[in-house]
Each structure stands twice: as structure tokens, then as C-alpha cells.
Design a protein around this ligand. Structure first.
Ligand SMILES: [Zn+2]
Length: 310
């Protein structure tokens, strides 16, 4: 996944949170009163990732470490580029991983509560991304059946409920080839839907794209790529709905991992859908012409369990 922010989870929460879903949410203190500050924090946290994989962008990124996917900027060098990227080299719960030998378990179903939003496309040089921050005139927001007042009109009104914890959808973006693998095999592409909860922990839903039919949602992004890097295209009058990316079957794999890009923070609940969706050869070609190959190498699983919904 592309980074959504550089915050870490509060101390003591990271370890437990990762397996919060298939049992009871461990960070389950009733979350009253979080909403207003959380919405502000989330709004503030969503800055486009900076940096670029193209050598022509060196000047632009001189204040930020220049990471990419090949050569001296490639994944094997990320940890050495900045102290903040240390986990990219030393972490023991890194992503992506090869998905194999999964243990069947009664996982909480993923409860997607997505709404259509205006298309906002970002090319940050690492990926093509649709931002999901939407302006709303609402004065209240309903999350998990409860109504909360809003002080800010900037809200994230598309949510993934993990148990009783809402995770707001921030953005989705694509990788080619897929970052995760199934039994050692990678797919032509993978889409990552990035969500964040009030504690700063992330939930990312990964969906494989196999060769087949044209993907209408990816096509909307490809047809509205901003001409300038790190700027967001606005006002196209086109809407997208992340629901359109979800396969019919909600069966999934689940494990605790990390961002797949620097700083490789290890506060990510990963859910990789078992059923792939489709993408055409032409779309894969267009994407790689624009972005290049943007998949981090597979990371060791170490002691981690890979679970699969029954
Ligand atoms: Zn990603």
C-alpha cells in the first residue's frame, strides 16, 4: 500500500490491534468523544505522499528521501535512506507476503459502508490514487448506528466497520504487479483500499486483479490523470464508488502487517480478498507506462499466522 500518513499507533495498541477482528476488538474501550478531534486529525493527516520514482524529479524531492522501486532508490535501500524508514529493513511484520497455508477461522465479516464520491485522482509518482475525502454539508454523521455531531464539514463518510470500530476510507490506489502473492504467484495488479481508525491504526483491503475484462473504475482514473505530479485532478463531474471494486464473495485472508512503502509502519490490519476482480491487458499496459512497476518484494512471514475466512 501507499502510505496514508506517517503516524504510529499509540504505544501498546499496535500489537493487539492486529488481531482485533477475528476475536473481539482488543482496543474496544467505548470510543465516545473521539469523533470531532478524530475527524480533524484525519483531515490533517491525509497529505499526498511525496517523493518520486522518476530521476527527473530529484530536485522536487530534495527535502524528502527519494525512494522508488529500482536501483539505488529501490526497496533494498529504503531502510538506509532515512532513520524513519528503519522498519523497512529491520521489521518482522512487514508486507507484502506470500499468502499460503492459511488457517480457516470464523472471521468477523467485513462491513463495507461506502458511498459514491467525486473523482479526485492523484499521480504521486509511486502510484495512481483516488482520494476519498469528501466535502459534505452534513452536520451529523452516523457511524455504527450512532449519530455524532460534526464541527467540520470535511468528513470521510465511507467506512469499513471492523467489529464495532469504524475505519474511514481515505483513498485507494493500484500496484502492478500485485504486491501480495498467492502460493508464490503474483497477479497483474492489486488495488489497496486504505482505511484509518480514530487511533491512527490502518486497515487495508487488498484485491487482486487478474487478466480479463476492462475494469471501469481503473479506467476512470486512467482517463483523468493530472498532467502534473502530486496535484489532484478536480471537478471532472465524474463519480466513483469503491464498492464497484469489491468482488462478490467477501471471503478474505487476514494477517497483521505493514505499509508496503516507506516508512513501512507496522500498524496495518491486512485483509486480502480471496476472489480477484478483472483488468484488461491494455489497462495494465497503460498503468505501467505511467507509473512503472511498483510492487515491493515479498517479505518474510516469520511467526505470523495467515487466516482465511471460513
Ligand atoms: Zn499499496
Amino acid at each position: 500500500m501507499e502510505r496514508a500518513d506517517v503516524e504510529s499507533a499509540p504505544a501498546g495498541m499496535q500489537r493487539n490491534n492486529l488481531y482485533a477482528i477475528h476475536k473481539r476488538p482488543v482496543c474496544s474501550k467505548k470510543q465516545t468523544g473521539w469523533y470531532v478531534s478524530a475527524l480533524f486529525l484525519i483531515a490533517a493527516a491525509v497529505v499526498p505522499a511525496i517523493g518520486n520514482s522518476g530521476s527527473s524529479q530529484l530536485q522536487e524531492t530534495r527535502h524528502a528521501p527519494h525512494w522508488g522501486y529500482s536501483g539505488q532508490a529501490g526497496p533494498s535501500h529504503w531502510a538506509d535512506m532515512d532513520g524513519k524508514f528503519a522498519l523497512c529493513g529491520s521489521g518482522k511484520r512487514q508486507s507484502p507476503v506470500d499468502i499460503r497455508d492459511a488457517n480457516p477461522q470464523a472471521l468477523y465479516p467485513l462491513d463495507f459502508q461506502y458511498r459514491p464520491v467525486s473523482l479526485h485522482v492523484l499521480n504521486n509518482g509511486h502510484t495512481l490514487q483516488a482520494n476519498y475525502n469528501t466535502a459534505s454539508g452534513d452536520t451529523t454523521v452516523v457511524i455504527g448506528g450512532n449519530t455524532y455531531p460534526l464541527k467540520s464539514k470535511q468528513v470521510y463518510d465511507s467506512t469499513l466497520m471492523l467489529g464495532d470500530v469504524p475505519y474511514n476510507l481515505l483513498q485507494f490506489h493500484f500496484h502492478s504487479p500485485s504486491e501480495h502473492a498467492r502460493d508464490g504467484r503474483r497477479f497483474p495488479m492489486e488495488v489497496h483500499l486504505v482505511h484509518k481508525n480514530a487511533n491512527g491504526n490502518l486497515a487495508v483491503v487488498g484485491i487482486f486483479l487478474k487478466r480479463g475484462k476492462h475494469n471501469p473504475t481503473l479506467q476512470k482514473l486512467l482517463e483523468h490523470v493530472p498532467s502534473t505530479l502530486n496535484t489532484v485532478s478536480n471537478g471532472t463531474g465524474i463519480t466513483i464508488n469503491a464498492t464497484d471494486l469489491l468482488p462478490e464473495s467477501r471471503k478474505m485472508f487476514h494477517y497483521g502487517g505493514s505499509l508496503t512503502t516507506p516508512p513501512c509502519s507496522e500498524n496495518v490490519n491486512w485483509f486480502v480478498m480471496k476472489t480477484p476482480i478483472e483488468v484488461s491487458d491494455e489497462q495494465v499496459r497503460k498503468f505501467t507506462q505511467l507509473i512503472g512497476r511498483n510492487a515491493r518484494p515479498l517479505q518474510q512471514a516469520y511467526w505470523r499466522d495467515m487466516l482465511v475466512s471460513e
